[in-house]
Design a protein around this ligand. Sequence first.
Ligand SMILES: [Fe+2]
Ligand SMILES: [Fe+2]
Length: 305
Amino acid sequence: MTKFYTLVPSMIYPNKKNPIPENITIRKPLSQITNKLPIHWLDGNIIKTQVANALSIIFKNEEEYFIKTVRKFIPRVKNQKLKKEIISFIGQEEQHCEFHSEFCNKLVDQGFDFKFLSFNLKNLIYGTMGAFFSDELNLSIASGLEHYNKTIAELSLSDKVFSNSDANLRELFEWHLAEELEHSNVVYDLLQEIDSSYFHRIQGLAIASLVRNFTLTTTTASMVAQDDLSQFLRIWKESKEFFFTKDQILYKLFLQIINYAKPDFHPSQHSMTDIINDIFKNRNFEIFFSKKSANQPEQKVSKSE
Ligand SMILES: [Fe+2]
Ligand SMILES: [Fe+2]
């Protein structure tokens, strides 16, 4: 597949024709997924690992849905800065899809089977919404789902959830999540430009909540069921700690998600620039489009020791 962002380089960089600087960088991580991944690669914890695996299966399908949804609106966007951000958003999400597809192949190598599940996510959930809902409603749903992704990124990066995990996967997941923070305003701003009504935004959030809770619950349950069920007590204890008592992830998630329902909400209200910069500072990337440079199609960034 031809990468969308390679077709439009002149729209990206600040130049005579396009003097507006770019705000979002498209990066390709140079780290590779380790060939022999430990089964419980995240903190040696069955539940945390399977939630991350399930998110990966979801992202692989969901981010394709985002790309298809926002791409339709490009001709209607009058704000040139936003138009560039949308193109960079698509570039970042394409990189994320590629990583999660590759990671899902490793999960298959580990013996997990989610072909049927992934088919249903792609066709029954995202495909049905894309085919039967209006483009505007799909945009509102995508904006709601992006708020879920931003929230997951905020919680996991500030709580350093990946600190005790396979080193390469830590880099790759943290890169993806940091970029979710970096582009968190894009779909929301597009939604505001297309239809800024409060009801429309909340309608999208309601459907996004149903979709995200259903897909994450069923996918995680399916992955846990294929893990070592003989360790039932350990799974129970880890679930209790992660969701309710120690990490309290559901409570924290709920508090962040309801922010989106505030009438004056905007994703930039809770900025995490320090954490984002920290993650990008010490990692290896090939840069496609950078917010720092002008008219440099490719640039290597090396790891600072
Ligand atoms: Fe993404
Ligand atoms: Fe995203």
